[in-house]
Ligand binder design. Sequence first.
Ligand SMILES: *Cc1c(COP(=O)(O)O)cnc(C)c1O
Length: 365
Amino acid sequence: MKSYKLLTPGPLTTTDSVKEKMLFDHCTWDEDYKQITQQIRRKLLKLAHVQEPEYTAVLMQGSGTFGVESVFTSVVGKDDRLLIAANGAYGLRMESIAQHAGLSYLLYAKKDCEQPDASEIAEILAENPDITHVSMVHSETTSGILNDIRSVGEVVKRAGCTFIVDAMSSFGGVDIPTKEWGIDFMISSANKCIQGVPGFSFVIAKRRLLEESAGKARSLSLDLYDQWKTMEKDGKWRFTSPTHVVLAFSQALKEMEQEGGIEARGKRYAQNNRLLIRKMKELGFRPYLEEAVQGPIITTFYYPDDCDFSFDEMYHYIKDRGYVLYPGKTVEAETFRVGNIGEIYSEDIEKVAGIMKEFLEERRR
Ligand SMILES: *Cc1c(COP(=O)(O)O)cnc(C)c1O
């Protein structure tokens, strides 16, 4: 099989040493394995700049969406009302989760290229005193926009509401002072900036609010409180855990520490991102977002005006040469996306820009 590197926002390219950890079939009930889970939970809290007992970490089987759905269906009770701030597909997925679960909610939607605005959210909260929870995405992978969860967190706290943040594609790549920013539940997954493989999501939760959610869950397998209660005892997962994924994730966390933690990783991602945008602009690709709101994880580009080619043609040309891009997801324009997280370095960005240049030259000839 021909190998390639992923310029996608997860799953992403991981190290061989992370993948090698999956060659061992670990049993789930022995002490070593349970300790690995406990250590992962402690390390996640540290990365989020929070501590027991005020906060706690819960791991949940499934992809990132399972984590978001777990929080929504476990924490938003029958008498509660949720405000969803959305500016892309992942925000709208939150609405879909709320609909499926029959939650009472209000949608505050912005364009994909615009951040949800804290003062507008403050107004909505003032007009709707029945709202108890507010949710939003930090890094909206749809466009690559980085939302201002800090200022939104401030107004959410002032209104006395619970703040739920999908930090799926930012946690580990962008530093998030969870408590200072007023975040009560933060969700991310194994296969994004920590650079593990897909298989579970995790939630950094304000312990008091998690405890208050006991018995509220609308789903058995996604019951966040019950999952936590079991895991909290000794590190045992409630149902079969993705053992290989857990071992790989534990290694990924070690490698993240070796790299220099979130600070160093965030710096590498931001450098990749700036280099990518500079190189792509030189080739005639205009970024979809304004520079001020562009996040460091993934970038959406317009196709150049003087070229007519399909995403498929470009995708296959580049894939044959060792890199995989991502189709556009924003509905507002014809675009494609290039991610720059995972085991990706400036030489990869240089290389892919070179391949892109060749592709354009062949097309223009
Ligand atoms: C990746 C991602 C998710 C989760 O998607 P899954 O396919 O369920 O892993 C949720 N929100 C954002 C912003 C993401 O980038």
